[in-house]
Design a binder for this molecule. Structure first.
Ligand code: ZN
Length: 332
């Protein structure tokens, strides 16, 4: 979805199926672009694809571990690992790491807060075309915002920080695709590559939609089959989607979206973050920022904490189940 806000079109890349409109918007915005010096993703490859994304790891976060939104990202944040474990060889798990109170011990979870705070000011960077197998689309997008001006990038980062704390408390190793909300990018190809390099047990891209004002509710997006590319993750990603959908609906009481998807689920093959993933991954549109009722909820810190709790419960259900047996709605 896209719309005109003042002179600049605002686009959320996740729900923006008609990416050509997004590209046109960025072409307009490019005229307003400032110098790129200091941009954290200036080295982003324009060739796209998984291979090119592998070189961009160090640009993923700008190197800073931000502690904004009241959550610290500094303790144990591992951003864009280069492969293997970042732990010391001597850093064997403690006895407590395997205690029942830490059910996610040994699990690796990648959180991808959609968009970034300075994407709007670097259109030439985020408009670089990248290859997502099924099409070519912009490297990243600005995201949407509520009518009151609460931005999607701030929302996704807030949820990610809260979720990070909850998952770490359960023993998981959490990796973020960006650790502050004042940078640019990374490209959607890099966001996928970060999860791949980490060999994540599960990954999620967190978004909120810019849908029609009359539409409300949440939607979990899972990868559609692209034969020869993502065959291995279709099954587990579906189970992850069911686990996330169930927990989100149960804990936040947000209904399934009434304007997109099917009972809170959608299957898409136009999202780079899914197409290029080699690990189980879903996207979630936590609500519709352009709907007054949803916007009020998404703008609430207490509700974002509830969202984080719901997503943590979804991950825990997925990662501690055997064959999805404990996931409501999962095939037997
Ligand atoms: Zn988005």
């Amino acid at each position: 979805m896209s719309w005109v806000l003042g002179r600049v079109w605002m686009i959320c890349g996740v729900h923006g199926r008609r990416h050509t409109r997004a590209a046109a918007a960025f072409a307009v915005a490019a005229a307003l672009a400032g110098p790129l010096a200091g941009c954290s993703v200036a080295s982003v490859s324009a060739s796209g694809g998984a291979a090119s994304a592998s070189g961009g790891a160090t640009t993923a976060s700008g190197g800073a571990a931000s502690a904004s939104d009241g959550a610290t990202a500094s303790r144990g944040v591992t951003t864009a690992p280069q492969g293997g474990s970042s732990r010391s060889p001597a850093g064997a798990p403690s006895a407590s790491a395997t205690a029942p109170s830490r059910p996610l011990a040994g699990k690796v979870i990648v959180l991808d807060p959609g968009h970034n705070g300075q994407n709007w000011s670097h259109p030439a960077v985020i408009n670089q075309p990248v290859n997502v197998i099924t099409e070519t689309k912009p490297c990243d997008t600005t995201g949407t915002e509520t009518l009151a001006g609460y931005s999607e990038h701030a929302f996704t980062f807030s949820v990610a920080m809260r979720l990070t704390r909850l998952l770490r408390a359960e023993g998981a190793r959490v990796i973020l695709t960006r650790t502050n909300d004042h940078g640019v990018g990374p490209c959607i190809t890099q966001r996928a590559a970060i999860g791949n390099r980490a060999h994540a047990d599960a990954a999620i891209s967190i978004h909120a939609d810019g849908g029609p004002p009359g539409g409300s509710g949440f939607d979990v997006i899972e990868p559609g089959l692209i034969a020869g590319h993502n065959d291995a993750i279709i099954g587990p990603s579906h189970r992850l989607a069911l686990a996330i959908r169930g927990a989100y609906n149960r804990i936040t009481h947000e209904p399934y979206a009434n304007y997109v998807g099917n009972h809170g689920l959608d299957v898409r093959t136009d999202l780079g973050g899914l197409n290029l993933s080699t690990v189980p991954k879903v996207f979630i549109e936590c609500g519709n920022m352009r709907n007054a009722s949803d916007a009020a909820k998404l703008s609430s810190a207490a509700f974002r904490q509830r969202i984080a709790a719901a997503l943590a419960a979804g991950f825990t259900a997925f990662l501690t189940s055997v064959g999805g047996a404990s996931i409501p709605g999962a095939p037997g």
